[in-house]
Design a protein around this ligand. Sequence first.
Ligand SMILES: *[C@@H]1O[C@H](CO)[C@@H](O)[C@H](O)[C@H]1NC(C)=O
Ligand SMILES: *[C@@H]1O[C@H](CO)[C@@H](O)[C@H](O)[C@H]1NC(C)=O
Ligand SMILES: *[C@@H]1O[C@H](CO)[C@@H](O)[C@H](O)[C@H]1NC(C)=O
Ligand SMILES: *[C@@H]1O[C@H](CO)[C@@H](O)[C@H](O)[C@H]1NC(C)=O
Length: 400
Amino acid sequence: MKGSLRPSVVLFNAMFLFALCVQARVPTFSYIGEPSHSPVSADNFTPHWQAKRWTLENVTRLSDATDEATIAYFIQISESSLPLTPRLLSRIHHPGNFYALHFDKKIPAHRVVALVSQIKNEPRYSNVLVMPREPVTYRGITMVLNNMAAISHLLERGHWDYFINLSGSDYPLVAPEVPRKILAMPHVRERASNFFIVSPKEQWNRTKEYRLERIAVDTALGMSEKPQDSELVILDQTTPLFSKLNYEFVKGEGWLILTREACKFMISSPYARKMLLSMAFSQDASEHFYVSLFWNNPDFNKTIVSHSLRTVYWEVNGKPSGQHPYTIDKLRESDGSYALWDRLRTSPHWFARKFSVPDNEVMDWIDNQMSGLGLDVDEGAVDESTKRMEAHLHWLYGMM
Ligand SMILES: *[C@@H]1O[C@H](CO)[C@@H](O)[C@H](O)[C@H]1NC(C)=O
Ligand SMILES: *[C@@H]1O[C@H](CO)[C@@H](O)[C@H](O)[C@H]1NC(C)=O
Ligand SMILES: *[C@@H]1O[C@H](CO)[C@@H](O)[C@H](O)[C@H]1NC(C)=O
Ligand SMILES: *[C@@H]1O[C@H](CO)[C@@H](O)[C@H](O)[C@H]1NC(C)=O
């Protein structure tokens, strides 16, 4: 009997799978991107806000939206993403928003000076702030501190409703008005939604062990100005804190879309300060600090929408990318075409990463066929893209 399945078993399995799909309410787009960091699905995220008050019939449509939220953007720029910055800034720029840029201390000064003076000479960029340069340790706590410093600077700048963090190698798939309108929609506002990925619960304990148990020291905490003094040194010693944490250690990602209230709580509450210190000597704190902070607070817990609205590719044709995601404009087929373009063009998200080549033609296609910011816009394609994005948002809010 081994190896032969009775037809009724096959049929039963097929029906079971079908039932699962229906239950998961997965609409027309499938989640490509990140198998190991899978975003919202019925399995790992049950919407826990109050009974739906909004339905597809009475939710605001993007085409009718008139209110706009003010957004504060933070862009973290490294040496490799520096040449991409002018175009990224021009595509996300809106006169009503606020922007903070941080250039890694490791970038040679003359390259930063040239770009900063170019930005300062543009009158329309009067709402762009250039932060003092600090060494930032990738995977260290100074990454989190830098993000928090950006929030502090931006809070001083004026009133805004939402904070979004980006890297210099990100690129927008929507026009700057789109996030402004969506974040002002009543159903988003009412819930004070905060968007970031919360990984499936089964991963939390293992991640906690891997990242927290051994003491990891970010030497950039020493405040040295020398870029070489920024590294993560992992000791062969366990922390006594490990067994004593009386909060849930939650794994997630560091890509954030946060309300002003959530930002203020993160940078000024004693609770957040204590949690930050408890994670100061852990690895990759930017992927568990924010998520644990908001998850463990009963008020903010209710506001989490487990999605970062970004497209990242961790696999192509079943081949995993490894530690870093695929670079969209580098992955070419033998005929020269871009292996990821067909997937990217149907992405319903707000930003995609990573890009590496300044003014790459993929960016032109995005501008012309997705965001509508290009010189040769295909109105039909932009319209389709916007509809997909709106449908995705409705799905996130459990409306379809
Ligand atoms: C939207 O429609 C649903 C169903 O008709 C209703 O229960 C709900 O109260 C409405 N929500 C708003 C905000 O009008
Ligand atoms: C994680 O570890 C805690 C403490 O050992 C345990 O109570 C809990 O059940 C574990 N959670 C999962 C999902 O394995
Ligand atoms: C925000 O964006 C950066 C990319 O620069 C990301 O790596 C990080 O996890 C996020 N949070 C930070 C810097 O704390
Ligand atoms: C956060 O929400 C989840 C899902 O509804 C729930 O299981 C958990 O207990 C909540 N935690 C807090 C601290 O409110």
